[in-house]
Design a protein around this ligand. Sequence first.
Ligand code: TRP
Length: 336
Amino acid sequence: MEVVLTGIKPTGEPGMLHIGNYVGAMKPAVEASKNASAHSYFFIADYHAIGGNADKMVRSTLEITASWLAVGLDPNKVMLYRQSDIPEIPELTWILHCMTAKGLMNRAHAYKAAVAENEATPGRDPDQGINMSLFSYPILMAADILMFKTAKVPVGRDQKQHVEMARDIAQRFNHHFGETFVLPEAAIGDNIATLPGLDGRKMSKSYGNVVPLFAPEKELRKLIMKIKTNSLGPGQPKDPADSALFEIYRAFASDAETAAVRARYAEGIGWGDMKQVLFERINAEIAPARAEYERLMANPREVEDVLRRGAEKARAVSKPFLAEIRAKVGIRPLAR
Ligand code: TRP
């Protein structure tokens, strides 16, 4: 069965996930994970996040895991684990270091951008502020991917190069030590739905225009009432193609519900009424997940247990595979 794997770095600010992440990424990923023809792996990439605020990293790990569980990811059907619970990953990372050309890492966009910025600043050392973790980030990511014989890696465009590097590293290893790793491919989510935010621009944390996924009901209502509209009054026909409210509604609703609201636009529904309709529709979908999220956030031990059980399942795969890899590279007993 084809393995589809993706990692999420626990670097977010509290309450960072928004309804755009939900409809654009989380909901489709949960749907895809129910597809029996692929095996889905989701993990919290905490090794990739070391170096920032440690307490924040722990908090973010809890939030992300609780969010995924709350929106319906079933840990009995998918692999859901924390990277740092899999000691085979750092060991494979080192083995892959030994098969990775330095020149390949020199070409990584993130590293190159950091060097270029230093070079553009007079009097600065080109390596200022650059850790080895930035330099070899793609090797750790390659270990995440190759450890589980991943075929498809759903990622944003910014991560495409990293997946290609994992492929290069796998090829080199296979060439040297014999067929071992599956060659992974990035699945770029270009067609992912993006939602307009409160001000009509793309919903994004950096624009400060988001509706947080698990905002309490009152706050959710207040935020939706703030979404930008034009100045047409009640009774005047309105154009759904030019309405953030409509676009957001459509992302949550069924085709039939969307058609019904389209008709109300033609009849001239007032913006206040439309906001109420939108609030009720979103809240109907989110409320059960929000309740579950709040329950899990109040029970971190339960979330911890889910991650530990996930790691046990994942290690049932990584342990025997790493044993094979070790033997291939010459880490094996002198005699039996
Ligand atoms: N680098 C990814 C990001 O910043 C996170 C990540 C780590 C990842 N390991 C991965 C994604 C393996 C996919 C597969 O978003």
